[in-house]
Design a binder for this molecule. Sequence first.
Ligand SMILES: C[S@@+](CC[C@H](N)C(=O)[O-])C[C@H]1O[C@@H](n2cnc3c(N)ncnc32)[C@H](O)[C@@H]1O
Length: 618
Amino acid sequence: MAPQLLSYVRRHVPSDERTVNRLFVSAFIRSNSLVVVRSQFLSGYIINDGDEDFGLLQDVSERIKAEYGEKIILETLVKLFEFVISPADRVVTGAIYTPVRIRETILKRCIGDKSVDELGRLRISDIACGCGGFLMDAAHFIHFKTGKSYAEIFQENIFGIDVQEYSIERTKILLSLLALKDGEDADFCFNLLCSDTLDFSSDNWDETYNGFDVIVGNPPYVCSRNLPEDTRSKMKGYEVCGSGHPDLYIPFFQIAIEMLNATGRLGYITMNTFLRSINGRSLRKYFRRKNCELTVLDFRGYQVFESRNTYTCLFYYDKAGQDAVIHYAVDEQGSLANGVCFTSVSYNVLDDDKGWALNDLDITFAIESTGVKIKDYCPSRHGIATLSNDTYIFQPTREDDRYYYLEKNGTQFPIEKEICRRVFNPNRLTVDGKIEASYELIIYPYLVVSGTVSVIPPEIMWQDYPCTLRYLESRRDVLLLRDKGDTSSYPQWYAFGRTQSLVLPRYKLFFPKFSNKPIRCFIVDDPDLMLYNGLAFVNSDIRRLEILKRVIESKLFWRYVAANAKPYASGYYSLSGVDIKHFGIPVFSLTEENELLSLSNKNEIEHWLINKYGLAEF
Ligand SMILES: C[S@@+](CC[C@H](N)C(=O)[O-])C[C@H]1O[C@@H](n2cnc3c(N)ncnc32)[C@H](O)[C@@H]1O
């Protein structure tokens, strides 16, 4: 939505749902020159000349038209209904409405091949229907293909559930307006339930209910920590929620599959993380146990939704499917083009515990089954966590023999040199140039004796580092806000927020957390150098790190990352531990180690490694 319209609605439109609905319905009806005579339901939403909100309606209508064109279409209402949901509600209900081109793609796949007869009898449902975008499109398609009246379609073909009363009300509005636009001005009987789908029981529908022919939709994405306790406890009753901390979309697969009749079809746009995540493990096992023939069009890093960063895929399941395979393809441009080439992968070659490595399957499979996992080849460390980097980490404005000078809010603070260490953020590694140029300083209020770390006591701080203590005192308020103000377990108020990585081994191989191109890493021989933000492999044997560096900088490693790591916008991939933990490092003989280490030409190294992994040149 355009920023002007957005801020206007925020400032001028009351947030109560009835007023919002009246404004949008009236704006739609006026802009389409429609007349409501018979529908009592819609009449209740019409603002007439002389009504209290008429001035506001004129203003809102003009602004919507300025943004979306003279004639307000139903799709605009879907956008407006999504926009007016409060951010707080959105967090707990996962309300994010599906764009029309995705809805059409899913519906085409699920009902596009049905005969007129089949369509006339079809029972199609969205079990988390929002304002009813999918149901509106399905109803329109059935009406157009069969000539059935909307009154019949809403009663016989269309079913929806949503936990929010306002969603059900807006679905009724959208469907009623669809009918009105096509000439049916009436009050309808709907099969729309305001109910928690997790509690669903078939008794909620009429006695003729015997499973749906089609379920479509976009189940709510709500991460476990944002779910109320009673929802989490209901989710425990679902087989697919048995691993990790499941997101709310996970049980919607099982519920939908169990609501389908024997030849039913399911089409979702849904998060793609269940393919590899721990909280998707039980779901993967469930699909295997049921021999589900699935089709997944994975958008990887492509962002389908304007209003939220989410990693999604299209997911199809045909209950009549006979083959225990997953048809998988990637569509990183979100082009939804016909003729995407799907690879059919048998469950036999997939590992439910580890996660399904469906992308670039052959190479991923070869790499993951080679040697030992990277994490077993060499331990890695995250950086320190001060929880107030802005306080501790700095670039000195100048220095003299005794002090570095730190500038904060216009004041220069001298900081005793002996309490400082150099610190490095490996995310800057992608910037070309010398690694030393990226070093910063960190105030390190710790003593290290024979590898054991303890925070410097206040009396020593006062005696040896009075200037630093004075500076930290000036930041005391900020430091006490860490951990939501509960710093009672900190050994001193000026200690770092966490104790991780306060000491690191001498040799470190730094690499970034994110990259959009093959990685460049650095090995540093410096026991005092600290790390923040990124990751480092550490080892007392520098040869291991040198071998690892050659592997990590190879095309092969990058290809693995691009196929399997979590994608971000602009072609970036995450390089965090979970994204690369299954990468295999071959077992090298001493001769092989020497051979690999003796190579300096990049192409020779690539060639040597591809050979060692038993792969064909790419
Ligand atoms: C991602 S939106 C999808 C809306 C619509 N299907 C679409 O694709 O445009 C998810 C919807 O699920 C609803 N929802 C969340 N938790 C639910 C639950 N436990 N039972 C039923 N609906 C739920 C939300 O209110 C929201 O409308």
